[in-house]
Design a protein around this ligand. Structure first.
Ligand SMILES: Nc1ncnc2c1ncn2[C@@H]1O[C@H](COP(=O)(O)OP(=O)(O)O)[C@@H](O)[C@H]1O
Ligand SMILES: [Mg+2]
Length: 261
């Protein structure tokens, strides 16, 4: 089982969009996936048609069994019409109580310990995170194997990216004490890219010169993302042949390669 987290300490950069589409895309391709919603806003939960509830809080604070917190997402919510997903997608839902996890858990390895219970049942856990760093992020840094960093091609998103990369380094020593390998930086995904906007082209070039091959192909700014989310759908069922879906599949191939799934 591999744990992947979507992190950027800036809001509105595409973390939830990519977390839901990576988790669902992997389930379509045949993996058994858990999407852990670690944002008190619960937008990953809602995007998959589920109601907000204290799933992550119950798991980490009340020590609830997984059978009580995992919610199976029906294949027709995220899959392509007429082609049932080959795998399974579960979600650990979130609500405002997620905000209290950080003040309540005493052992920072709690999330890591709990997720290990899924070792033989699940192939991939995907964390959607909130932008504001907290002790819950600490628990996620100790549990995750890899990180994908979505970023807009704008100065404040870059700032969030740099802060996030630094924060990861803070946890490497703790991980070593806990007998864990370093976190694998899977990639940096430029999101909401407008190829005809000069400042976006310049910032994309800056990102490439700073981080080289870690920078993945951009996800282009397209109305279809907003249209799909407005009707409560992912792009796979909403527009399976769209360029947005094609960009998602290329991102998913990189996740599969990078994490050796
Ligand atoms: N490629 C894109 N083109 C257009 N809109 C996008 C794209 N990616 C994400 N969005 C929209 O941008 C908003 C913020 O994205 P979201 O994933 O919620 O960011 P975060 O989780 O980092 O706060 C959402 O309304 C989403 O639908
Ligand atoms: Mg979000």
């Amino acid at each position: 089982m591999k744990v992947i987290s979507l992190i950027n300490e800036k809001g509105g950069v595409g973390k939830t969009t990519l977390a839901t589409h990576i988790a669902a895309g992997l389930a379509i391709r045949g993996y058994r996936v858990v999407l852990a919603d670690a944002d008190p806003q619960g937008h990953a939960t809602v995007s998959l048609g589920l109601r907000k509830e204290p799933g992550l809080y119950d798991l980490l604070v009340r020590d609830a069994p997984f059978k009580d917190v995992l919610r199976l997402v029906p294949g027709d919510v995220y899959g392509i019409a007429g082609e049932p997903p080959k795998g399974e997608l579960y979600i650990i839902p979130s609500n405002a109580e997620t905000r209290n996890i950080a003040n309540t858990i005493s052992d920072p390895f709690t999330a890591d310990d709990r997720l290990r219970e899924l070792e033989d049942l699940i192939d991939v856990v995907v964390f959607d995170t909130s932008p504001t760093p907290s002790l819950l992020h600490g628990a996620i840094y100790l549990a995750t194997d890899g990180i994908v960093y979505p970023t807009k091609l704008e100065a404040l998103s870059f700032d969030g990216l740099v802060e996030s990369l630094a924060r990861r380094r803070d946890f490497e020593t703790r991980r070593q004490h806990g007998g864990k390998d370093n976190i694998h930086i899977l990639g940096i995904v430029p999101t909401m890219f407008r190829s005809s906007t000069v400042v976006h082209q310049e910032n994309y070039a800056k990102l490439k010169s700073a981080y080289g091959d870690l920078v993945w192909s951009p996800i282009v700014m397209r109305t279809i993302w907003v249209e799909a989310s407005t009707v409560g759908m992912l792009v796979y069922p909403f527009a399976p042949d769209s360029d947005a879906a094609v960009e998602c599949w290329s991102m998913i191939n990189r996740v599969i390669q990078g994490m050796q799934l």
